[in-house]
Structures are given as structure tokens and as C-alpha cells.
Design a binder for this molecule. Structure first.
Ligand SMILES: Cc1cc2nc3c(=O)[nH]c(=O)nc-3n(C[C@H](O)[C@H](O)[C@H](O)COP(=O)(O)O)c2cc1C
Length: 400
């Protein structure tokens, strides 16, 4: 299999097989089936919300490349009259810099430096993009998920339900057939804002927001909560996960970028994955794990335990499996889809396609090589002759 992997890696530099997950299953007997917010995916690799999911062209290119899912850029919620409590997040900024960033221990990683925030065009323009995503989703080409930043009040203020209602209603109308999947973004710039100085205030948001989105939706909705890296300790990070799980979130995205208060920018790299993996580890063996939803505002709330989706410094298949072995059912990347072309071993194709080639087929650190290595070490067993990506996670939760 090793020799076959070397050969595939070489020949796929010019292009991946049309359905590479099916190919991996046949050729290696590895089943990459994954999940995002209860939806089954052919493999675990998706694109996180941001500047790489702003238009129809990007979605079509990602579908053609074979990505499993894409989360659209975050739109700022508004009421019927167009008022937006979180308008400060809708600023326009085009300049992005992809650069090296050293972690606190000196390891060099990649980060994207950018001062922008949310979607800076109209809600109608966003809904047009949602409809393109809906069509690709229905065609089975790519799961597309909208992302929203809804109003987050101070402790002594009420939620602006009119913004929740109007934005969710418009999304639901654009999407049509249930369920509507929505990611709620708690962003790093929010973590760096005075609004997020107060722990009780953050916990109230997490306890209330999933139920408010559900109550605002005219059809069944699944809510993925993208948690920020708050400026508090790891224990608080776990408390945030528990609060969102208790409120019936269907999925937790763990965790958005760190915030550098000196430069006033969000960043990634190894400090981000170290922190995220450390916090996720606190949820696995020897801990009670996440509690299912119980404190929700509405009876529709999911009674299950939310699925976890990893994000942060995922630049290899090995890192995908680091997140999986700490409970994640899928992953969403941004930075790795933005590197200079010279950083990818593939010679042809879009950045998404070249990134998938490295993530899946790299003979040293790719998904296939790392799963075979786990098998060789006795850390993953075949069932009915197959190694299964979702078993990596099950393994993580086994006592001992
Ligand atoms: C330029 C840029 C813009 C982003 N914009 C958003 C956004 O609007 N909403 C959101 O939820 N996450 C946003 N993110 C976060 C990414 O989706 C991702 O979770 C994060 O960057 C960590 O993954 P990475 O290390 O692979 O980049 C953005 C990231 C970058 C680099």
C-alpha cells in the first residue's frame, strides 16, 4: 500500500480522481465518511467561513475540486428595516496577507493577516449566494452552509429578536426545503472586543442563542455554534462548550482564531492548534464529556450531544486526525487554501484541489498514510476489512 500511495501521490499531482473518497475506499479499503451537524459527508474536509466563500465562482470551483462542505462568509443579522446591532462587524477590507507566524515555542506556521470582518454587501446579495449554495447542495455536489453573526447584547440588555426573526426567515425562504443549517459565528474580533470581557455575558449568549435561532425559524433548523477562543483559561473554554451543548446546539465548531491585542488582528498557526487540541482533549476519556441539550428555550431543541467540527492550523492529514482523535467528526480549513502555489506538491488544479491532494495523498503526513500508521500501531482496527475515519473518534472516547 505504501508503494501504491507513492504512485498515487505522484500521478494525482496533475489532478485528483473525480470522486476521490470512493477511490480511496476501493484502493485502500479506507472509509472516509464523516459528519457535519448531522449531515453525512463523503470525507471530513471542508472550508471554514471567510474570504474564500464570497461568490458563486468559488463555490463551483470547490464543488469541482471535491470538497465536502463550505461555510459561507458570515453575514451580519438585520431586522426588517435593515437595522443591524452588530453593524461594526460589516466593514469592507480587501487586503489580506498570507504570512509566516512563529508560535510561542518558535515553530513556524502560516497565518492570514486581515483587518476585515463580516459580509460587507447587502442581505439580498447574500441570499443570492445562499441560493447558489442550495442548488449545489441539492445536486449532491457540495454541502453549503450559511453563517450569521446575530445580535449579542450586554447582560442588562434584551436580545434584538427582530434581527433574529428577519434574517432567519429570509435565509429559510432562500433555502426552501428543511432542514436549514446555520452556523452562528462568535468571532476572534468579538473575543477581542470589550463586549466579551465578562464571562457571565458570554455564557448567557451561548445558553440563549441556539434557542433564539430555532424560535426565529419558520422551519426545522440545525444550529452549529462556532466558538471563539475567549481571552480566558482552558476551563472557561470547556464551560463555553458545555453551555452551547446544554442549549441544544447541533454542532460546535472548535475554535475560531486567537486574537492579538497588540496588533489588533486575529491569527492562527501552531499556537491556535495547540490551544484547540488541548481544550478538546479535556473533553475525552476520564471526563464526563458534553452533556446533551436540556436548558433550551424551545421544545424543538436537539436532545443529542452536539457533533464537533475542528478548525485551526490544519495543514496536513495528520492534523485532521489530531482533531478527529479528540472527538471531531469533520474539519474546516481556511489558511491552507490560501498558501502560495509553490507550497503545494501538486502541479495542476485550483488551490482547493491542490490542498486536497496534499491532505489526503501525501505519503508522509496525509490522511491515508496517517490512518495506515495508526493501524500499524494497533490504534485503529479494520471492521469488515475497512479502516473508518469516524472510528478514530470512537477510539478517542474509549476508556483508557
Ligand atoms: C481572512 C479570514 C477571514 C475569516 N472570516 C471568517 C468569518 O467571516 N466567519 C467565521 O466564522 N470565520 C472566519 N474566519 C475563520 C476561519 O473560518 C477559520 O475557522 C480559522 O481561520 C481557523 O482555520 P485556519 O487556521 O485553517 O485558517 C476567517 C479566517 C480568515 C483567515
Amino acid at each position: 500500500m505504501r508503494a501504491q500511495l507513492e504512485r498515487d501521490f505522484e500521478r494525482f499531482k496533475r489532478g485528483l480522481p473525480r470522486d476521490f473518497a470512493a477511490y480511496v475506499r476501493t484502493a485502500y479499503r479506507i472509509d472516509l465518511t464523516s459528519r457535519y451537524a448531522g449531515e453525512t459527508l463523503p470525507h471530513p474536509i471542508g472550508k471554514g467561513s471567510g474570504q474564500l466563500s464570497l461568490n458563486a465562482g468559488q463555490l463551483e470551483e470547490d464543488a469541482a475540486a471535491g470538497l465536502a462542505f463550505v461555510v459561507l462568509k458570515t453575514v451580519i443579522a438585520q431586522d426588517e428595516a435593515g437595522a443591524r446591532a452588530m453593524a461594526a462587524w460589516a466593514i469592507h477590507e480587501t487586503r489580506m496577507r498570507v504570512e509566516r507566524r512563529a508560535a510561542s515555542d518558535g515553530r513556524l506556521g502560516w497565518t492570514v493577516t486581515w483587518k476585515g470582518r463580516g459580509w460587507d454587501r447587502t442581505l439580498d446579495e447574500y441570499l443570492a449566494l445562499v441560493r447558489v449554495g442550495r442548488d449545489l447542495t441539492r445536486a449532491g455536489a457540495l454541502l453549503v452552509v450559511p453563517s450569521v453573526k446575530y445580535h449579542l447584547p450586554r447582560l442588562d440588555e434584551p436580545f434584538r429578536d427582530a434581527e433574529y426573526r428577519h434574517t432567519t426567515l429570509r435565509l429559510a425562504q432562500a433555502w426552501g426545503t428543511p432542514p436549514l443549517l446555520v452556523e452562528k459565528d462568535f468571532s476572534p474580533t468579538l473575543a477581542g472586543d470589550a463586549l466579551a470581557d465578562d464571562r457571565a455575558q458570554i455564557l448567557r449568549w451561548l445558553r440563549d442563542v441556539p434557542g433564539r435561532i430555532r424560535a426565529a425559524a419558520p422551519l426545522p433548523v440545525r444550529v452549529a455554534v462556532k466558538l471563539m477562543n475567549a481571552r480566558f483559561d482552558d476551563a472557561f473554554q470547556v464551560e463555553m462548550m458545555q453551555a452551547a451543548a446544554g442549549a441544544g446546539a447541533d454542532a460546535l465548531v472548535c475554535f475560531n482564531r486567537l486574537f492579538d491585542p497588540e496588533r489588533g488582528v486575529a491569527y492562527g498557526g501552531w499556537d491556535l492548534s495547540d490551544r484547540n487540541l488541548r481544550v478538546l482533549e479535556a473533553m475525552v476519556p476520564g471526563t464526563p464529556g458534553l452533556r446533551p441539550g436540556s436548558d433550551s428555550l424551545t421544545p424543538h431543541a436537539s436532545a443529542g450531544i452536539p457533533g464537533l467540527t475542528g478548525t485551526g492550523n490544519i495543514c496536513s492529514g495528520r492534523m485532521v486526525l489530531e482533531y478527529a482523535s479528540r472527538g471531531c467528526e469533520s474539519v474546516q480549513l481556511h489558511t491552507f487554501f490560501q498558501l502560495p502555489l509553490s507550497e503545494y506538491p501538486a502541479t495542476h488544479g485550483s488551490r482547493t484541489q491542490r490542498a486536497l491532494h496534499a491532505l489526503v495523498f501525501a505519503p508522509d503526513e496525509g490522511l491515508i498514510a496517517t490512518m495506515l500508521a495508526l493501524e500499524a500501531r494497533g490504534q485503529l482496527e479494520r471492521r469488515d476489512g475497512e479502516l473508518r475515519f469516524l472510528d478514530v473518534r470512537a477510539h478517542a472516547h474509549r476508556p483508557g
